[in-house]
Ligand binder design. Sequence first.
Ligand SMILES: Nc1ncnc2c1ncn2[C@@H]1O[C@H](COP(=O)(O)OP(=O)(O)O)[C@@H](O)[C@H]1O
Ligand SMILES: [Mg+2]
Length: 474
Amino acid sequence: MRRPPPHTLRGQLTAGLVALLALACLTVGIITALALRGFLMGRLDEQLTTSGGRFPASLEHEATPDADNRPDTRGQADHTFGARLLSGTVTQAAVVDEATDRPVDLTGQDRRALAAIPTDGHGHSIRLSSLRGYRVMAFNGDDQDVLITGLPLHPVEETVHRLVAVEAVLFSTALVMTGIAGAVWVRISLRPLQRVTARAAEVAGLPLASGEIDMPGPLPDTDPRTEVGQVGTALNHMFGHVEDALTRRQASEERLRHFAADASHELRTPVANIRGHAELALRHPGPVPDEVRHALQRIDSESQRMTRLVDDLLLLARLDAGRPLEHDSVDLTRLILNATDDARAAGPAHHWLLDLPEEPVTVTGDAHRLQQAIGNLLANARTHTPPGSEVTITLTTEEAEASLSVSDNGPGIPEDLQREVFGRFVRADHARSRSTGSTGLGLAIVHAITTAHGGTVSVTSRPRRTTFRLTLPL
Ligand SMILES: Nc1ncnc2c1ncn2[C@@H]1O[C@H](COP(=O)(O)OP(=O)(O)O)[C@@H](O)[C@H]1O
Ligand SMILES: [Mg+2]
């Protein structure tokens, strides 16, 4: 069986169960051993009381050779000890050995120990050097002497040892069995908790920050009478709230996207009308005052800028909404050549350098959108660098992706702007941008288009070297 690590709840419960049982077994073991010992000692004392001082009293005649006066060992159990003391000195000491008596050699210490036993009618445990442990009792004899009778302690000790041994085997078996059964039982009882944990982990692993979330169904463990049921109910409530919040957020994002798309769509017509009327007015054959002509030209150029802005916003709103893109085979080399031609025409003062592979590179995607992305990068390299700057467009293919980089040797992008340069309405110079027709949406569109194609876009920039790198899966 695989043992769970002890810091798990399962391990802790099992270990606790076994530890408690071990404690109980130990207590029971100690109490029974002590009780048995006490009981057996009581019995020994009773036997001593019954036999009284008969055997030691008969030792007085030991010295006489007369067979009739031999010490009285009748009715005495084997190994019974007897000693006779006269005024505190041991005069005789013997044990019964196969129905006859055998003198016992005593050391000075033994003698002192025997002399110290009080004649109080109680049993006392002593240990003599030539014998093992004995339970002895002292009686007052008839001739001013003290008679000591003893019975060996080792049968008592053996019985107690035996009990302890049996208990040890029994209790260890019980502990092992409880350990195994307890582990299985705890495992089974904790199964609902595992379900709850797994579900919580599953939800924690969901990409809650983005898009539509498919929340797993509610947990089945909701019995409020159990702890797991309470956790399950609480989690179900929480999942419900999270799902609710996500749905609401999703809906509000959706509304916002729709609003942006609708607003930009609605703005297109009036802006086109303004532009049309300005053009019409400018073509008026009659004499027009210079200030009016200038104002009309401003209206025309501003409405052109507004058209671009509205178009960019609409495009972003559509990309945000995840509008499906075209899935054509697009010749990237051709797109780059076209875009560079346009850039050359728009910025003849820049040096445009091309580094393309021999073979045409084809990707799958939306040609019009990709053209727009490349156009935006080239437009940036033109508008955010001084005339005479060098722009290099490189196309390479590596394994499964095409990599397009646009580098220029212009002033570069400030460090703090680099991280958010792909954000919306992010630009270095707000004041200047108004006159150059910059909107801060160009790179946001590049980012949205590449991501929609499953590609990436990144920037590295320092003065005299700014590189935008765009990769697309082949
Ligand atoms: N090649 C570049 N060299 C220097 N700065 C750049 C370059 N490309 C982009 N930028 C900076 O990044 C900003 C954001 O670019 P973009 O999103 O295309 O907006 P826009 O071009 O309309 O300002 C620009 O305003 C400019 O400050
Ligand atoms: Mg731009």
